[in-house]
Structures are given as C-alpha cells and as structure tokens.
Design a protein around this ligand. Structure first.
Ligand SMILES: Nc1ncnc2c1ncn2[C@@H]1O[C@H](COP(=O)(O)OP(=O)(O)OP(=O)(O)O)[C@@H](O)[C@H]1O
Ligand SMILES: [Mg+2]
Length: 336
C-alpha cells in the first residue's frame, strides 16, 4: 500500500544574525543554514496495517507524513501510496487518504460541524447512500451527535479532534494519516479516540500511520512501530519484540550511606557487560542501578553495593517500556 524508498528531505532557511543590526543584515543575507529533516528513510506498509511512527521532538515524523500526503516534495527518493506518487498527483492522492494533524484543524472555523461534513461530501463526491451509512457509523463511534450543530470554533479540543477524525473518514480513504491525534486530550476522550481508530481500521481495513508521544496509544493500537531519530530509522518491528528483548531489564533504587561508593565499571569489566546491560546514576542522593538480569544476577550487584557502603533501603522495579523507548531515542541501547 505504501512504499517509501530512500527519502531525503532537506530544509534550507536564511541564517539569522543576532541583534538589531543582525536583523537588518539578515534581510540582505544570502547565507543559508541547511537541515536534513529526513535522512535516507525507507519502509513499506501493507493494506490494513496500523503503524506507529514515533521518535523524539524534531525527529522528522511530521515531515515524513507531509511527504506521504503530498504536502511536501522530497529532496530525493520516491514514495508510492496505492500506486500514486503523492506530491506529483495531489488530487488523485487526496481521494485515497484522510489526514488529521492534531495540532491544527482541517475544518472550516465558522461553520457548524454538520455543514463542514456536507461540504466535504461534495468535494469528495460521496453519494448520498454511502454518506448516510458512513455518517451513522462515524456518528456512533465518535459520538458526534451532541455537537453537530456547533460551529467548529466553539468546540472543545476533544470534540474538535473527533470531528476532525470523522471529516478525514467521510470519503472512506484507504490510508489514514494521524499526526498526534490524541495530543492534549483527557484520558476519557483519548480512550474514545483510540477506540474509534481501532473500529475504523477493523470495519474498513483502513491503513493507519500514527505519530504520537503517548506510548499507551501505541500499546493499544499498533502491532508495529517504526522508531526514528534525527531523520533516520532506528527500529522497525513490533512492540512485543522490544518488550521481550528488554523485558529482563530491572531497576534497583538504593538508599545507601555513600551513593558514590558503588561504580558499575568494575562489574562490567568482570562480567564483560556493555553499558546497556549494567549502568548506574545518583539522583537526589539515591543510587539507581539498571541491569539486565539475564546478564548479571541481582544478588551479585547487591553484594557489590554492600561491599562498598551501608544499605538503608531498597526497591526493585521492572524497567518500564517508556524508559526503554527513551533509551532507544537517546541511543543508549544497541538496536542492531
Ligand atoms: N518548513 C521547515 N523549514 C525548516 N526546517 C523545518 C521545517 N519543517 C521542519 N523543519 C525541521 O525539520 C526537523 C524535523 O521536524 P518535524 O516537524 O518533522 O519533527 P517531528 O518529529 O514531527 O517533531 P515533533 O514531535 O516535535 O512534532 C526539525 O529540526 C524541524 O525544525
Ligand atoms: Mg510533528
């Protein structure tokens, strides 16, 4: 359904000089700074897949989505969505896709929600029977009824997001691009939106590409995730794989007399461990140790601590998936 082949996107912008003189100089300046937002990105997505496209701020997620939707043209590389090159055949592509950018609405600000939907029906040439059927389905899963007569500008954030999702689905697109569809929503509305996405995918076999900073979105919706950092792909696989691979990670939080007495290095050397298999840091006077219990026994580590200093209190946790993903973002674990 989607083929992304070796995409690069470079942005260039005029270099800014500091200060007032600088601003004046900037007006005449021909100096540019270049930023590679997407760097040799490739992946393909099958019909009906729900893929989480995640990464830290500025990683290049939105830029990739904008190229897939045809809003931006890649600097080099090629994209095919259902056999169409989006940025070359924008009209044709638009019939195939639905887009929600959580940060801003696609709807007409002054019109009531219902009106906006009817306009979209005309734009996309949806026949009456299909429109009726789809609106009743969308109305139900997204609970649109209470605010259909409300002008878009008066909607709450959660209502607006649901209206945006419905608007993106009116023409029953094959692909749905959702860029942070749960941003700023409370837990209840978030759950509604997730359920709606799930049902849309199940009912119409819609292919969904989703970006989010909320890992619970991913846990609930996406079998597959693509993690990107600095415009590059760092992981493409299932969340389950990440879990099973890092599921033996544990976090020891120790209150000790002298938290600086313990060092990870000697134990790493002794057992031939890498930095992601054993590490420690002192936070607020507390010694936190992360370890892979497949590689070193918890007792070994505690013995080493006891040999160095006096123990006051101790807790043991499983390393949370959020923490593991953060480590992947920060390049602290080896994904090879
Ligand atoms: N129009 C533009 N001109 C210049 N630089 C841009 C432009 N759009 C994006 N960038 C830069 O490209 C990089 C990637 O931005 P992008 O919006 O794709 O990140 P993102 O992964 O969506 O981040 P976030 O999680 O914050 O939404 C950033 O460094 C950003 O500053
Ligand atoms: Mg973004």
């Amino acid at each position: 359904m989607i083929e992304v082949r070796d995409i690069i996107k470079d942005f260039s912008s005029v270099k800014r000089q500091p200060g007032l003189m600088g601003s004046i100089k900037t007006l005449f300046s021909r100096e540019y700074t270049h930023k590679r937002a997407v760097d040799h990105m490739s992946f393909s997505v099958d019909r009906g897949e729900v893929v989480g496209y995640i990464g830290p701020n500025g990683a290049g997620k939105s830029t990739t989505i904008k190229m897939m939707t045809g809003i931006l043209v890649p600097t080099s590389g090629n994209i095919q969505v259902d056999g169409i090159t989006p940025y070359e055949q924008r009209q044709k592509n638009a019939m195939n896709i639905g887009v929600v950018f959580g940060q801003r609405t696609q709807l007409w600000w002054d019109l009531p929600v219902r009106e906006t939907f009817s306009i979209l029906k005309e734009i996309y040439n949806v026949n009456d029977a299909d429109y009726k059927k789809r609106m009743s389905f969308l109305g139900e899963v997204l609970e649109l009824e209470p605010f259909l007569a409300t002008p878009v500008r008066s909607l709450s954030l959660g209502q607006r997001m649901r209206a945006d999702l419905a608007a993106a689905m009116i023409h029953n697109p094959k692909v749905l691009y959702l860029d942070e569809p749960t941003i700023g929503l409370d837990v209840v509305v978030k759950e509604n939106v997730r359920q709606a996405i799930k049902q849309l995918n199940a009912e119409f076999n819609t292919t969904v590409i989703l970006t989010t900073h909320d890992l619970s979105d991913i846990e609930e919706l996406c079998k597959r995730i693509i993690i990107i950092d600095n415009g590059r792909k760092v992981y493409d696989g299932t969340l389950a794989e990440i879990k099973s691979r890092f599921g033996t990670m544990r976090r020891l939080e120790l209150k000790v007399k002298n938290p600086y007495a313990f060092k990870a290095e000697p134990l790493r050397a002794k057992y031939g461990l890498s930095g992601d298999e054993l590490s420690c840091e002192v936070v607020d006077g507390q010694l936190n140790i992360e370890l892979d219990r497949n590689r070193i026994g918890i007792q070994e580590v505690i013995n080493e601590v006891l040999a160095k200093t006096e123990l006051v209190d101790m807790s043991l946790f499983e390393t949370k998936i959020e923490e593991i993903i953060k480590k992947i973002y920060r390049n602290e674990v080896n994904m090879e």
